[in-house]
Write a protein that binds this ligand. Structure first.
Ligand SMILES: [Cu+2]
Length: 401
């Protein structure tokens, strides 16, 4: 009777396995077929891919369950024949060891495969520091990870249950408690203090002075673009008030503030190399995120909450092109917050140049204060209002022609 039942259950299980295998084959075939016209329907390929892995996982669970059941049946038949029953403790101990080996290989695999997807070389002074912190943190946590995992699973294997010995009873040990509390606390304190000083440098409000003063740039995010504003020769950006936004005054610049008279707008972000830059970040509608991966700069752009990030670019675009052997390389400013349907469009080219190239470029930029704005603000259209910047006045005349 029992044997017949066994055959019956085996039949059902093998039928199930065949069904699952055919299912996966079908999905695989469909994935391959769908992959060829990839350009037409990317989403269906993506979901087919995800569905395939979910199915593969379920199949793995079923296979493990089947192997477990077969072992159980094998154990029962041995018992019925009066033989020694299976040692489940030994089996579990071996499985733990196998799991450890697979896990360690998985960790190694993700380091070699995903490790190559890390950020490219840091092109700013603060970026080098952030990378150092990242490396130190990774080395410490990986050391702890490997030591604890190896100890955990080898202990499970080495000290599996045995009828021949009794377990050692260890209810409490103050020395061990002290070690595993104080040691991590010390390591974490060192990491946090490291991070605190680096962050303080980035958000330090005192600007560099002297012959190379800090450069103030304003970047404003809106759905779906970044707007750039550079100061004129006074190196000061004029005040902003969102209530002043109009068709001509899209950033809402307050022209009661004289500092705004010589402000410039730009399409590309030019940065002079080795000069401290203070990036003033604003948003006009939803939360965006100002992200420049090469400079390790990332800060949210929040409406009503101006923030800033300070950094010093250290490698010019030309240098980076040489290093990467890629003549088309550009630094980029992205939006790193999914802020709406055309979020992917929020990208701006950033060019790091020498001080001389920067001065040449800035002299050619358009003033923000156009004649239309002068009319709006009842200001004289003649450039008399901004006598400190003759270059922009010349450009304005050239533009009017
Ligand atoms: Cu955005």
């Amino acid at each position: 009777m029992g044997f017949k039942k066994l055959i019956k259950s085996k039949k059902i299980l093998s039928l199930l396995a065949v069904f699952m295998l055919t299912g996966t084959n079908l999905v695989m075939a469909q994935t391959a077929a769908a992959a060829t016209p990839a350009a037409t329907d990317d989403k269906s390929v993506m979901w087919m891919g995800a569905g395939y892995y979910v199915l593969l996982f379920l199949l793995l669970c079923v296979v493990i369950a089947i192997v477990g059941k077969i072992l159980k049946v094998y154990d029962l038949t041995r018992q019925m024949q009066g033989k020694k029953e299976l040692n489940w403790n030994n089996l579990m101990a071996v499985i733990c060891l196998v799991f450890l080996l697979f896990g360690l290989y998985g960790a190694y695999w993700s380091f070699t495969v995903q490790g190559s997807m890390t950020l490219p070389e840091a092109a700013s002074a603060n970026g080098v520091k952030i990378d150092e912190m990242f490396t130190v943190t990774t080395v410490i946590t990986m050391f702890v990870f490997f030591v604890t995992q190896i100890l955990l699973f080898t202990f499970l294997f080495r000290y599996k249950h045995s009828d021949k010995r009794r377990a050692f009873f260890l209810p409490h040990n103050n020395t061990i408690e002290k070690i595993w509390t104080i040691l991590p606390a010390m390591v974490l304190t060192i990491l946090v203090v490291f991070g605190f000083f680096t962050w303080q440098e980035i958000t330090n409000s005192a600007d560099a002075k002297g012959d190379r003063p800090s450069l103030n740039i304003e970047v404003t995010g809106h759905q779906f673009a970044w707007e750039l504003r550079y100061p004129g020769k006074d190196l000061k950006l004029g005040a902003v008030n969102y209530k002043l936004v109009t068709g001509d005054n899209k950033l809402g610049i307050d022209f009661k503030d004289r500092n705004s008279f010589d402000d410039l707008e730009a399409d590309t972000m030019y940065l002079p190399v080795n000069r401290s830059v203070r990036l003033n970040i604003r948003a006009q509608d939803v939360i965006h995120s100002c992200y420049m991966p090469h400079f390790r700069v990332q800060l949210n752009a929040v409406p009503g909450l101006p923030t800033f990030f300070k950094f010093t670019p250290t490698i010019t675009t030309a240098d980076m092109r040489n290093r990467l052997n890629n003549p088309d390389f550009e630094y980029l400013l992205y939006c790193n917050k999914i802020c709406g349907g055309i979020h992917y469009n929020m990208k701006k080219v950033v060019r790091v140049v020498t001080e001389a190239e920067y001065q040449q470029w800035i002299a050619k930029q358009k003033p923000y204060l156009t004649d239309a704005l002068r009319k709006e603000w009842n200001m004289p259209v003649a450039p008399a209002a901004a006598p400190q910047d003759t270059t922009t006045a010349k450009n304005r005349l050239a533009l009017n022609n």
